[in-house]
Design a protein around this ligand. Structure first.
Ligand code: CTP
Length: 411
């Protein structure tokens, strides 16, 4: 059973939220309803109260609501914040970080997943402002149940009608009770940059934020895998339920990854590993002259080593996934990298634009395997992680019980 906060905002679809609340309860969840003032114009709080058997929260400043700073208390106890219907207004407030009512404050205060079921007039839905706000929310990880098309209450015909309650309930269930499709599997993920020391106080690094690897690790854990995340230096919190191993340099990452491959069903190398490391000076380099020349040596290519050792018969059942950051001929170069490094799947990453790839919330990638390519449009890294693991899951059974991996070597 999960605890779900159901936000109801002021749209005609509010009456469907009653059925939604009922559906969530029937599925075994504990539902707490939060209504905006406008929502109460459409449906009475009593209706929700009778169904959920909880007091319905209708205002930030109502007596009782602040006894234990309720929005903070609720925020930390819920497994999902679902808003249905979500009006253009609440979508804008969430995107803008406004906190002038209980629901908006709850959105800012919670770390639970967020699911929105928008409903509004077709032109409002199509407006750049609304679509821009939705992109912002998606990029922060919110999931959206798209509105349906049809006759709207305002008399228009088009997209904007609140999705049907069973669809909303199913989307909520998929979040709070993800299918345990990777249960019994061990997934080893690397993420983040590596820092290579120049001297005792300076280093060479790169702009990788670690978000992509962390998203893959978090999604694998949600699907029931036991997950080890070998991470270079990052600013982001460890995903829940993941065994985090912190490293700094390419050499440390090499040691941490290679020593953990045995027993892994999947290795995903999402880390931006430095290809060269400076020859470290024992003491701090003092400034001297107009130029400084750094001498660097090659670091071990971890992924290539895993590929060649697997081709030689070690870890025959381990599926290998690599990333390829490219700025031109993305698919061709990445496909070539896949064959050279002898791995099953390469996630080709176009890092030529500022809006994707390195140190951004979103990514546009092409998944390249022996049997074809999947091009994914720009989307939040959590969605990219889901697509990668969907593809990995389809490849996993092929390895089971076979002596030869479905590796790149054979073509
Ligand atoms: N990788 C690795 N060890 C390294 C360098 C890279 O394991 N020393 C892995 C990365 O984690 C990624 C993949 O190899 O999964 C591709 O990395 P990328 O930097 O794009 O490619 P390179 O092999 O470094 O090729 P090049 O820089 O020549 O494009």
């Amino acid at each position: 059973m999960s605890k779900i906060a159901l936000g109801v905002t002021g749209g005609i679809g509010a009456y469907k939220a009653v059925e939604g609340a009922r559906g969530l309860q029937k599925a075994g969840h504990d539902v707490v309803v939060v209504m905006t003032r406008a929502a109460t114009e459409f449906v009475g709080p009593l209706t929700f109260e009778a169904i959920t058997r909880h007091r319905v929260i209708t205002g930030q400043f109502e007596p009782g609501a602040n006894a234990d700073i309720e929005h903070i208390a609720l925020a930390s106890s819920i497994d999902l914040l679902l808003v249905a219907p979500a009006t253009a207004n609440i979508i804008g407030k969430f995107a803008g970080g406004i906190a002038d009512d209980f629901l908006c404050s709850l959105y800012l205060a919670t770390r639970a997943p967020v699911l929105l079921a928008p409903a509004m007039n077709s032109n409002m839905w199509a407006h750049d402002a609304v679509q821009g706000n939705l992109r912002t929310l998606r990029a922060r990880g919110a999931a959206i149940v798209e509105p349906g098309e049809g006759f709207l209450a305002c008399g228009w015909v088009g997209p904007g009608r609140l999705a049907e309650p069973p669809e909303i309930v199913a989307a909520a269930e998929a979040i709070v009770r993800p299918a345990q499709t990777l249960s019994g599997r061990h997934v080893l993920v690397s993420g983040g940059p590596t820092y290579e020391d120049i001297d005792p106080v300076r280093f060479v690094g790169n702009r990788s934020s670690g978000r992509m690897g962390y998203a893959v690790a978090a999604e694998a854990a949600r699907r029931g895998a036991s997950v080890t995340l070998v991470s270079g230096p990052t600013q982001i919190p460890a995903p829940e339920g993941v065994d985090l191993v912190r490293v700094r340099s390419a050499r440390e990452m090499h040691e941490a990854v290679v020593s953990r491959v045995a027993g892994a069903d999947v290795v995903v190398m999402a880390a931006a590993v430095a290809d060269y490391a400076p020859i470290r000076a024992a003491g701090k380099i003092a400034k001297d002259g107009d130029e400084l020349v750094l001498r660097m040596t090659r670091t071990p290519d971890i992924l290539a080593e895993l590929g060649s050792r697997r081709a030689a018969g070690e870890w025959p059942r381990t599926l290998l996934v690599g990333f390829a950051a490219e700025t031109s001929d993305v698919v061709a170069r990445a496909g070539d990298k896949r064959r050279r490094k002898q791995v099953d799947l390469i996630v080709a990453n176009d890092v030529s634009g500022d809006d994707r790839g390195f140190d951004t919330e979103e990514n546009a990638v092409t998944l390249i395997a022996a049997d074809g390519e999947d091009e994914l449009t720009l989307r939040p890294k959590a969605d990219v992680a889901r697509a990668i693991l969907d593809r990995v899951e389809r490849m996993l059974p092929r390895l089971a019980g076979t002596a030869q991996p479905a590796a790149a070597g054979g073509e």
